[in-house]
Design a protein around this ligand. Structure first.
Ligand code: ADP
Length: 584
């Protein structure tokens, strides 16, 4: 099962900007207006000083002052508009990107989840996307503004005083030096940060998921140290990067102030020699600052690009994963009742594993039949169950449902015919009824109640204050393991499928409830086929047929009595569990 990664360059993510091209054009137009307005201010000011104040020409101060005010107002309006349009674009861009990521992850098969960790997927969908949002917003504001401002200011400065150009060249050289140091020293660390955030998330998640185990084993300090280590490492890298950034500001101020000083010093000599007006010197000063700031902005963008590229690559990696399990081009249709299952010489190997988890497994079951799958842990029972709804695809042989190869059916149709119940009953926040209805959105109250009744959940639900409307906490944490399993079973029953797969989903039930549940199930699932996966002989012994799985191979098949006689492994399992029962 090969996961195909296409190398998607960062530019390809720009396709998400397409719906916002209108806003992007508005941003560009407003930025140009803002740049022109800002570029015009120093020369108007020079005019006021040279002709109005020093020359004493009538009305210049008032007229040019009004022009300056108008230009400023235009500039401010344009800049507010830029902020609005850029935010709209970047927020929309990230919303669409997040949505696409979610959809893509939703289409992943278990093999893809095995290769991309959940923690990393979460960081990619949140942290990396937010990072890109900032970058898009910043780029929109600066990408055009900085070069226009920089070039415009340079031309204006040279036009004002050609002889002082060397001061500008010196300032630009010093700023470049600072940027180069920054790139060489800080850049590798930028790349580290995202990976470290991933690790911190992973540890945080494991900690929250396993909090009870951690407490039970008194492993708080071990976990604390593990978190502390990852946290400290991230903090150290962040601090380093922030220190570099903080050092940049004073250094820049130093260069700018030094440059101003030089301009005033050299400029005043020119003024004394009457080759420059005072106002022109002041304008030159402002243009010089614009040149330095624009140059810095452009350099910062170049620094940001590799950082953005890291996030973009991590996002692209998720978007570029071709789900290995997809609908066929022309799906075949299933019959109205499609409960039969057949495994024909099925083998399966997990990606990266050395041995097959299943090897040449063949069996079939028909509607109305209850088949149980039993075997020691790691025998391949869950793996086998997961092949039926195509959570994974068989590496060899074929799995048939309703007489059709599962790979020839649409995933939605195939899965709509199956009531799959996992051992770890995942519940969602909402009411108990919502959770049962998850199996069948059209189920009415009576249907939900009947499903709960068969699942032996009615007793405990009616004891709850809110009954079916009682709230289920996130992950079902306010219910016991057995209660969660029974709700999950009710959820599968509410669907009224052709085929049930109970993957060790009776494991948390006590013997009496287990027996009552099996009896009720038998009545309700008369026309459906039922596959019960379990390690407990007690759970499987009444099945129509029992298949014993050992190390990925079928070690025996028959009824309880037949297997006791013919299958040594089954006999051994039965005896060890009997002995355990007698002991307890
Ligand atoms: P059972 O349900 O009988 O306890 P499983 O089907 O869960 O056994 O596992 C069968 C074998 O496959 C085991 O050796 C297990 O380590 C391996 N296995 C299970 N899940 C994965 C996985 N996601 N990736 C790699 N190996 C796995």
């Amino acid at each position: 099962m090969l996961i195909a990664y296409r190398s998607v360059p960062m530019v390809r993510l720009f396709r998400f900007l397409k719906p916002y091209l209108g806003y992007v054009s508005i941003t560009v137009a407003l930025l140009l207006i803002q740049a022109v307005s800002e570029l015009s201010l120093p020369s108007i000011m020079a005019d006021i000083v040279d002709r109005g104040v020093r020359g004493g020409v009538d009305g210049v101060i008032f007229l040019s002052g009004a022009k300056m005010a108008a230009m400023t107002v235009i500039g401010v309006i344009a800049s507010v508009g830029v902020g609005f349009a850029a935010s709209r674009t970047s927020a929309g861009f990230t919303r669409d990107l997040r949505q696409s990521l979610f959809e893509r992850v939703q289409s992943f098969s278990l093999a893809e989840f095995d290769s991309l960790s959940t923690a990393s997927l979460l960081t990619r969908t949140t942290n990396d996307v937010t990072h890109l949002q900032h970058i898009v917003s910043m780029f929109l504001r600066m990408l055009l503004f900085a070069p226009v401002m920089g070039f415009g200011s340079l031309v204006m400065a040279i036009r004002t005083s050609y002889s002082m150009s060397w001061i500008l060249a010196l300032a630009v050289f010093l700023v470049s030096l600072m940027v180069v140091v920054m790139v060489v020293v800080a850049m590798p660390r930028f790349k580290l940060i995202q990976g470290l955030v991933d690790r911190l998330n992973l540890i945080g998640r494991e900690h929250l998921d396993g909090i009870m185990v951690i407490r039970a084993y008194g492993a708080e300090s071990f976990e604390m140290n593990r978190f502390d280590e990852a946290n400290s490492e991230l903090t150290a890298v962040n601090l380093f990067v922030n220190r570099m950034m903080s050092a940049l500001h004073p250094s820049l101020t130093l260069v700018m102030n030094g440059c101003s000083l030089l301009i005033v010093w050299i400029g005043s000599k020119h003024v004394a020699a009457s080759s420059l007006e005072v106002g022109q010197m002041m304008a030159y000063l402002q243009y010089a600052m614009h040149v330095i700031m624009s140059f810095l902005m452009i350099s910062m963008m170049f620094i940001m690009i590799p950082r953005a590229a890291v996030s973009a690559k991590r996002i692209s990696e998720v978007l570029a994963v071709d789900p290995s399990i997809t609908d066929p081009e022309k799906p075949e249709a299933l019959e109205a009742s499609a409960g039969s299952v057949e495994f024909r010489g099925v083998s399966f190997k997990y990606e990266g594993a050395e041995d097959d988890a299943l090897c040449d497994v063949s069996f079939s079951m028909s509607p109305g039949e209850t088949v149980a799958l039993v075997g020691p842990t790691g025998a391949g029972k869950s793996t086998l169950a997961n092949l039926i709804p195509r959570f994974y695809d068989a590496s060899g042989g074929s799995v048939l449902v309703g007489g059709k190869d599962v790979r020839a059916l649409s995933l939605a149709e195939l899965r709509s015919r199956i009531g799959f119940c996992h051992q770890k009953a995942a519940l969602f926040s909402g009411s108990i009824a919502d959770n049962i209805r998850y199996g069948n959105q059209n189920a009415d109250e009576a249907g939900i109640e009947a499903a709960a009744s068969t699942a032996q959940a009615l007793d405990f639900i009616s004891e709850l204050e809110g009954g079916f409307e009682s709230r289920v906490a996130e992950g079902g944490s306010n219910l016991s393991g057995g209660q969660r399993q029974r709700i999950a079973i009710a959820r599968a029953l509410a669907r009224n499928p052709d085929l049930y797969v109970f993957d060790d989903s009776f494991s948390a039930l006590d013997g009496r409830t287990d027996a009552r549940l099996r009896a009720a199930l038998k009545k309700r699932t008369k026309s459906a086929s039922v596959l019960v996966v379990s390690q407990k002989i007690e759970t499987v012994k009444h099945a129509d047929r029992i298949i014993v799985l050992d190390d990925g191979r079928i070690a025996g098949s028959g009824t309880h009595e037949e297997l006791l006689l013919l299958c040594p492994l089954y006999k051994q399992l039965a005896e060890s569990q009997n002995a355990a029962e007698v002991r307890s």
